[in-house]
Design a protein around this ligand. Structure first.
Ligand SMILES: Cc1cc2nc3c(=O)[nH]c(=O)nc-3n(C[C@H](O)[C@H](O)[C@H](O)COP(=O)(O)OP(=O)(O)OC[C@H]3O[C@@H](n4cnc5c(N)ncnc54)[C@H](O)[C@@H]3O)c2cc1C
Length: 300
């Protein structure tokens, strides 16, 4: 059993990288021979990337998922390549920073390879507008310096060099995933390589033990709480509004307090909140109508 879940706020972004690490753990086992049947629990971004990586290693892979792909958390993610939210400012130790960097680089390379190849992945500009360069540095500085080469064209722009109402804006080039399109294309690729998917909710560890596989990858995300009793995984609720697509807004925007704008051809996504369950934080009144003026104050 390999547990592979939980990258709050950046699980989509890191999925391929953490997937490579998880699948690499097979090397530490008595290496299962090629074509060993492997079951992946979960068909979100993490489960699908893991399943494809296992197929690349020559395994027979089946997915068991309680939900069809369009009912997963991954399907409703904003899904810009934005691993910044995984920790506040900087990782707590250098060792964690190195693990994060490895996952981020591997994941970025995979998403970049899929860009413009029918997976709903594309390149675009993203801005972090703010009046305070210190606040931009506090939120993004560590990741930006560490992954500088991934943020092509990245620079802090002064007042007249960006379209926002703030004094400064950090601008960089990044990847945007159209989550439903991406998940559907990943599932197609998985099936085209002989994979099968069984839509069924496992109710207990006994159900997992009964699976006809020698190795199981647990990619159930927050579902691991109920299935494995793992209460170290804590759910965070986000609210995302789908507005009419706006011509000319083909760039993303990240604003402090977890407000963000993600451009898609089908919609302009507006993210408005970050509410850890059990924390008592419920951001009332964070509907699209109340948040649009807040975002407009920054974006001008
Ligand atoms: C509003 C919002 C915006 C976000 N924006 C971004 C972003 O811009 N960039 C980013 O990187 N991340 C973002 N995230 C975070 C990202 O969406 C998650 O980290 C990621 O989607 C988690 O993927 P996952 O595959 O681990 O889990 P999920 O997508 O939750 O998939 C879990 C899978 O496990 C299955 N499962 C669960 N329990 C069982 C069971 N008992 N039996 C069988 N199957 C089971 C489910 O059916 C599902 O298939 C956002 C999240 C939200 C909510």
């Amino acid at each position: 059993m390999v547990h592979h879940y939980g990258h709050g706020g950046g699980g989509f972004s890191l999925s391929w990288g953490t997937g490579e690490m998880a699948v690499g753990l097979l090397d530490d086992l008595d290496a299962p021979p090629e074509r060993t049947p492997v079951t992946v629990l979960g068909a979100g971004a993490v489960g699908l990337a893991t399943a494809r990586l296992l197929q690349e290693r020559g395994h027979d892979v089946g997915i068991v998922s309680a939900d069809p792909i369009d009912a997963t958390t991954s399907a409703v993610a904003g899904a810009s390549w934005y691993p910044v939210g995984v920790f506040a400012g900087a990782p707590t130790t250098e060792a964690r920073g190195r693990v994060f960097e490895r996952a981020a680089r591997r994941a970025h390379a995979r998403f970049a390879a899929l860009a413009d190849h029918g997976f709903g992945v594309r390149w675009g500009d993203e801005y972090v507008p703010d009046n305070s360069p210190e606040r931009i540095e506090a939120g993004h500085g560590w990741v930006f310096r560490r992954l500088r080469d991934l943020y092509a064209g990245g620079e802090l722009l002064g007042k007249d060099a960006h379209p926002f109402a703030t004094r400064y804006a950090l601008r960089y080039r990044t990847l945007f995933m159209d989550a439903p399109v991406y998940l559907a294309a990943m599932l197609d690729a998985f099936r085209a390589n002989g994979g099968s998917i069984d839509i069924r909710r496992l109710g207990s560890v006994d159900d997992v033990r009964a699976l006809p596989a020698q190795v199981v990858f647990n990619c159930t995300g927050v579902g691991a709480r109920a299935l494995f009793g793992d209460h170290t995984v804590t759910p965070v609720r986000g609210r995302l509004f789908h507005l009419e697509p706006q011509p000319g807004v083909d760039y993303g925007v990240q604003i402090d307090d977890f407000r963000y704008v993600v451009p898609r051809s089908s919609a302009l996504l507006l993210g408005t909140s970050w509410e850890p369950e059990g924390s008592g934080i419920v951001q009332e009144g964070r509907d699209a109508e109340s948040v649009i003026p807040e975002i407009a104050r920054v974006t001008g």
